[in-house]
Write a new protein. Structure first.
Length: 275
């Protein structure tokens, strides 16, 4: 089964989705399951994981409703205020939601580079572990040092790095990012998504070779059993069509064995999120 491990839905609202700035005008409309299902079918993708794009419980409820109505949405990564002292009570309210697989916070936008290490946030993540819920790590490279310390605190919890931590591909920056990714990958409870890469390259003129060495590093340090494909639809439209994004990954992994390719294109996501 082929699974897109990372995509988004929204009913566009300029306040809730204020991160969609003028340079992203193409995203200023609704993106819903009826839009994605046709694209997945045309590209041989069987299902997906819907990931939060707004930091509210309303967003989590919205995604869970869509997942209930659409079987191809296999799992949901929602948002919850992990700093809330009553976070466990809120988690209990979601305990019957089988398609809720984990949570994410948009750490990349936090001004504190060490946000992941705040006491209240760590306490909230500890509650996720007790509920067997995963956590998606969304950071920029300058936050990877904190991410490394963060994952060390939870050796038994399941983490996945979104968008290979958004290295500055357009600028060619590599060494600092690569060094920390190597360190984080030593923790076998941490996975990595081959997603969101084209939007960190030159969105108007990227080529596969611009991104290859970043994917090579991820494959080298995480291995074929801890890497998963994700499109970042519809954000990926800023830099290309869905098929181009998928082909970037499938072409790159083509030399691997059939089982390794199947793992990256679906089985690893199924294992990680318990789909």
């Amino acid at each position: 089964m082929t699974i897109d491990s990372h995509q988004h839905f929204w009913k566009y609202d300029p306040v809730r989705y204020s991160w969609i700035n003028d340079s992203m005008a193409i995203l200023r409309r609704d993106f819903l399951p009826t839009d994605l299902k046709k694209i997945l079918d045309n590209n041989g993708v069987d299902g997906c994981v819907a990931v939060q794009a707004d930091q509210s419980l309303e967003e989590t409820d919205f995604l869970l409703k869509l997942a209930k109505e659409n079987d191809f949405i296999k799992g949901v990564v929602g948002w919850i205020d992990l700093r809330d002292p009553k976070v466990d009570e809120t988690l209990q309210r979601y305990s019957d939601q089988e398609k809720l697989k984990g949570f994410r916070h948009v750490v990349q936008d936090e001004p504190d580079h060490n946000f992941l290490l705040r006491h209240d946030f760590l306490r909230g993540v500890a509650h996720l572990e007790t509920h067997n819920l995963t956590y998606d790590i969304l950071t920029f490279p300058h936050q990877l040092g904190a991410a490394l310390e963060f994952v060390k605190r939870f050796p038994n919890h399941k983490f996945v790095i979104d968008h290979i931590s958004k290295p500055y591909i357009k600028d060619g920056f590599y060494d600092g990012w690569a060094l920390l990714m190597k360190e984080i990958a030593q923790h076998e409870n941490v996975y990595c998504k081959l997603s969101g890469m084209v939007t960190e390259a030159d969105m108007n003129s990227w080529k596969a070779q611009d991104i290859t060495r970043y994917m090579e590093l991820v494959m080298e340090v995480f291995g074929t059993d801890r890497v998963m494909y994700g499109s970042d639809w519809p954000v990926c439209f800023l830099a290309g069509k869905y098929g181009e994004i998928k082909n970037l990954v499938t072409d790159f992994i083509a030399p691997l064995s059939e089982n390794e390719q199947k793992a990256i294109m679906g089985q690893n996501a199924i294992n990680f999120y318990n789909l």
